[in-house]
Each structure stands twice: as C-alpha cells, then as structure tokens.
Design a protein around this ligand. Structure first.
Ligand SMILES: [Fe+2]
Length: 380
C-alpha cells in the first residue's frame, strides 16, 4: 500500500481477493468447469481455487470454486461469512467441529448442497484417491469484508453461533418441511444429499407445471432454492434484485435476460456447471430445452426466513403481511412477473423453434391454445 496516497473508494473484498492470489472469472454466464484455478495456500496443500464474479451480481455475494486434489483435504477453516456449497464433481465429506469439540461429518457427491454454519470450524475431504472434487460455494464475503475490512476479525473470531448448527439430523440429510404457500414452502436442513431427487412442491403462479422448494440452510441468511420445469415447458419471465446465482442441476436449456425497454435479449445456454446472474431488476425467463425435467438451483444473499433487504422482502415474501411476493404477481397488478399472454411475441416463437430443433414436443398448449401460431406469426 502506498502510504502517501489518500485512501478512498476502497473495496476491501476485491483487495483481499488480490492479496490471496485468487484468479477471478468475471462474466454474465460462466462454465464453472472451465474456470482457471490457482493454488490457495489458505486452504492447504494442493487445493486450488478461484473467485467467480458474475457481472451484475450486486454488492453482497460472490462465488468460490474449490478444486481438491485426489486424496486431499482442505486445511481447517472458520469465518464470519456464510457459505452455501454445491458439489459440481466428485465425492467426499465435510467435517464440522462445534465449539465443544464434537465433530459431525456428512458425505456428499455430485449435486449435493450444504451450508457451513456461521463461523463453525470445518474441513472438506476428497473421498477419492484418483479423482479431484470440484465444489462451488456462494458466500456473502463481499458484504462481510466490506463491512469490517479486517481479515483477522473475519477469519480469526472464536464466537460460537450456537443456534446456527441446527439439529444433528440436519447434517444427515434430514430436514423439516415448513409449509407457507405455493412457491414459498421451505425445507430446513444443513445438507441436501442430491438436488436432482429431492421432492419439490407445486408453484402454480410461475406457470406450466413448475415446482420448487426454498431452503433454509444452517439457519442462515443465504438464499437457496431449486425449481423444476417439466419437459416441453418454460417459466414466466420475472425480475428482482441482484445477487442471485442460477445454476443448472438437471437437463439443459437456456434463459433470456433483458432490461425493461431493451430491444434484444441476452441469451445464456445452460447445463450442469453453468452459472449466470439475473442482474438487478433485469427481466429473465428460463426455458427447458431438453428431453428431461430441467432443474436449476439459485443461490444468493437474503432468503425467505431472513430476507435481509426490503427489496428481497417485497420479491420473496410480500412487502406487507398478506401481500403476494412480487415475483408471483403480474406486472399489471404491480408485481414483477410477466404473464404468458403479455410476453414479447418473439419469446414463444424462439422456444418453439428450439423444441423443433431438439425433437421435443411442446407442452404449453394450455397457455397458447392455438399452438403458438399467433405468437409465431406476430414475430415474423
Ligand atoms: Fe429469478
């Protein structure tokens, strides 16, 4: 640091990333399998990592990609930022140590999801002697580091957040279903063994047979939810605040993203390993283009239990008691969702062309009784 220069406009998080020597991948859509990693001494011998910064991600969230070598493990860590981990590749286990010295371990594999309870000491172990494991975590470190801008406080505080550990069964893959309303049902746990097979609940408002479940992980503020689109369907467009990281879990498809008034859409094609951001108030719409149900995971900062911001409260919970979440309410009613009949005509035409190309039978006739002919015509 040059002591002669005035210090202002500091981003303590970005300064820290540079100091750690982490490569940074920055873009709208990123293939996490292709992210360049480098040794991260903080995490121990042989462990490589990178920071992932989605464009338009807002101020609170980031991602780390963690590559643990065959037979390797991370050095013990603890920190005052929350972390939701998704397993991209490989098998292994994570050991969580409580303040009283008791240890709990759980075993994960591809498409597992889990959270590290705030400031708990933990280690990840690669369970294979031959293959690497690739983990991606979404964290609120940018928020925490920019708030305290003191690395020692963030990584060396020994306060125990006793209430965050949750029930022992939460580390065994069990959980509690908390029924709220369609779209807002929550599954409280610390560990989901397989996001591809967890049972989802119907979310009629978002359209076309879609299902979802919201997670409360380690009683944290981080957001995580999973949604599924049946074969031959797509969801309604909507918008909300920044910081959500959308990752495909099963199937493949694409999303269109656009700002109000923009003439063209940004298109992102996705499959397992791709992450992309709906940026702040950017409309986005997800389309299943595959022959199997497409599931995607969304992570971020601010969940249903602890929305953190008024913007999240309005989007996810409802601005006032009894009010619908804005993401489930049509734009014409003051919400942030675009009903099928109000969407840009090009959207359905593009999707029909994708269905044809992929040999998938469209299942949207309930919403487009003429088979989409009108929409296609209007777009030509
Ligand atoms: Fe969204």
């Amino acid at each position: 640091m040059d002591e002669t220069k005035p210090r202002y406009g500091v981003d303590a998080y970005l300064d820290w990333v540079a100091k750690e020597g982490l490569p940074v991948a920055e873009d709208f859509g990123i293939d996490l399998f292709a992210v360049e990693t480098a040794p991260w001494p903080r995490c121990g011998d042989g462990v490589k990592a990178a920071a992932v910064h989605l464009k338009g991600r807002g101020d609170f969230a980031n991602m780390f990609v963690l590559d643990i070598p065959p037979g390797g493990a991370t050095a013990p860590q603890r920190h005052l930022y929350e972390e939701v981990v998704y397993v991209l590749e490989g098998t292994g286990s994570t050991q969580i140590e409580s303040g009283d010295g008791s240890k709990r371990s759980f075993e994960w594999g591809p498409r597992s999801l889990f959270a590290i309870p705030l400031n708990a000491r933990y280690r990840h172990f690669n369970g294979s002697g031959r293959a690497r494991t690739l983990l991606v975590s979404t964290t609120d470190l940018p928020l925490v580091m920019n708030t305290f801008h003191d690395e020692r406080f963030v990584f060396d505080t020994d306060f125990e957040f006793v209430s965050r550990a949750g029930k022992s069964a939460y580390f065994a893959g069990e959980g509690d279903l908390i029924t709220v309303r369609p779209g807002n049902h929550m599954w409280e746990t610390n560990f989901v063994p397989d996001l591809a097979s967890i049972e989802l609940k119907s979310w009629g408002d978002r359209g076309a047979g879609g299902t979802n479940i919201m997670f409360v992980l380690a009683d944290g503020t981080m957001h995580a939810h999973i949604s599924e689109m049946p074969v031959g369907t797509y969801k309604k467009g909507h918008r909300h605040g920044p910081g959500f990281h959308v990752m495909c879990v099963t199937g493949h498809g694409y999303s269109l993203l656009w700002y109000p008034g923009e003439k063209d859409f940004r298109r992102i094609d996705w499959r397992h390993g791709v992450v992309f951001p709906p940026a702040d108030q950017q409309f986005h719409q997800h389309f299943n283009a595959s022959r199997e149900p497409a599931r995607y995971l969304a992570t971020g900062v601010g969940g249903l239990r602890y929305p953190l911001t008024q913007q999240n409260r309005r989007s996810l919970v409802g601005a006032k008691p009894g009010e619908k979440p804005a993401v489930s309410l049509g734009v014409k009613e003051g919400g942030d969702q675009i009903e099928y009949e109000d969407q840009d005509k090009r959207i359905h035409a593009l999707w029909l062309a994708e269905m044809k190309k992929n040999g998938v039978v469209p299942r949207m006739e309930k919403y487009f009784p003429d088979g989409g002919a009108a929409a296609t015509e209007a777009a030509e």
